[in-house]
Design a protein around this ligand. Structure first.
Ligand SMILES: CC/C=C(/N=C/c1c(COP(=O)(O)O)cnc(C)c1O)C(=O)O
Length: 385
């Protein structure tokens, strides 16, 4: 359960039974043909996989490269999060769980969880920071329409970190009949590994689609935004051990890395424990979590998944920090060049094109993690279009 020196399961004693049960069972359950058949057929017929790998010709012209977009925005529910919730809901049923809890920031994971709970007839409670309830209103209402209960997290910065704290607290109090569907590659082992494996369908498809379109499985660069890091973990997964593929992670700089209002964890973080995992997090000298800031709820998180802490520490990954303003402009640019309005989280990955060097005609895959519908209010308030 370690990625270099990061990872592990540093959890309160009372959470041990839940985590042990998961650790002892998940591998053999997902290895069964029954699980795989159900997982793969739901991904195909319910989520709509494989998602297209779309050649963005006008974007490619502008950046003088061959840019493909992996269209996770076209998954059912509008983002990559559902790849993970499908896997975890099948697992939860196999473990005989009756109720599901989840945290959410952008509301996409919340919607993806409410969706699979409706699909499987399971009770669903989603914890969401009060600030995020306001800035991702469409997703709050979607969760309720889907039958989930949305519980506001009112502590701290009232964003993703606080929702995660609340969900963990609830899980400790309701261990036996409840499964906690964590929405990113964060949390105690085995969550980061399990979520990455469910999301790895993204790079599995990229390899075969690129072979078909470019006669090669490996692009020169893969670019993805990183909040906890699940869409990036999925897009990078089958390329980790292929050094000729550059892995570019776009974090949220918020108002700027040195502004005091940022979520650029690899730039500002130090090693510590967050949500049960040893990783990099933004913390004061005495280990208090520093409140993050990002215009995008899904990247507004003071930590990062241990797999990405290791990618950063080992130098295998290239990390850039994209400011709010630049992300919003990138979202508008994609809309005007390719007719796709991206989630603001995903827009951060597009601005990375202006921050890294690459050769003319390099083959670049950008993971378009979600669609922009949920962010209409933020685009309207920003007004720069
Ligand atoms: C699990 C908490 C994160 C959420 N979303 C994060 C997110 C992210 C960042 O999350 P990761 O992929 O896990 O880094 C990227 N793109 C979209 C469209 C997102 O919604 C959520 O609650 O929906």
């Amino acid at each position: 359960g370690f990625y270099g020196k990061f990872g592990g399961a540093y959890i309160p004693e009372m959470l041990h039974p839940n985590i042990e049960e998961l650790k002892d069972n998940y591998e053999q359950i997902i290895a069964t043909e029954e699980f795989q058949d159900q997982f793969r057929s739901l991904l195909k017929d319910y989520v709509g996989r494989p998602t297209p790998l779309y050649f963005a010709s006008r974007l490619s012209e502008k950046y003088a490269a061959k840019i493909y977009l992996k269209r996770e925005d076209l998954c059912h529910t509008g983002a990559h999060k559902v790849n993970n919730t499908i896997g975890q809901i099948i697992l939860a049923k196999k473990l005989g769980k009756k109720r599901i809890i989840a945290e959410t920031g952008a509301g996409q994971h919340g919607v993806a969880t409410a969706t699979v709970c409706a699909l499987m007839g399971m009770d669903c409670t989603v914890y969401m920071g009060e600030l995020d309830i306001q800035r991702q209103r469409p997703n709050v209402e979607r969760m309720k329409i889907l039958g989930a209960t949305v519980v506001p997290a009112t502590s701290g910065s009232k964003t993703l970190k606080d929702a995660t704290n609340e969900a963990m607290r609830q899980w400790i109090n309701n261990p036996v009949d409840t499964h906690y569907i964590i929405g990113s590659v964060v949390g105690p082992h085995p969550y980061p590994e399990m979520v990455a494996r469910f999301q790895s369908v993204i790079s599995e498809e990229i390899k075969s689609q690129l072979l078909e379109k470019e006669g090669r499985e490996n692009p020169d660069l893969v670019i993805a935004c990183v909040g906890g890091g699940s869409n990036a973990a999925g897009a990078f997964y089958h390329y980790y051990n292929t050094p000729e593929v550059r892995l570019i992670a776009a974090e949220a700089a918020g108002l700027g890395v040195s502004s005091g209002k940022s979520a650029a964890t690899t730039a500002l973080g130090t090693m510590g424990i967050l949500h049960g995992s040893k990783t990099l997090l933004m913390q004061t000298d005495d280990g208090q979590v520093v409140e993050p800031h990002s215009i995008s709820a899904g990247l507004d998180y003071p930590g990062i998944g241990p797999v990405h802490a290791h990618l950063f520490d080992s130098g295998r990954g290239e990390f850039v920090a994209v400011e709010d303003e630049d992300a919003m402009k990138a979202g508008i640019e994609l809309s005007r060049l390719e007719g796709i309005i991206p989630a603001i989280e995903s827009a951060h990955a597009f601005h990375a094109l202006n921050m890294i060097s690459f050769k003319k005609d390099d083959v670049i895959v950008i993971n378009l993690s979600g669609r922009g519908d949920k962010d209409l209010d933020t685009y309207i308030k920003w007004g720069g279009y």
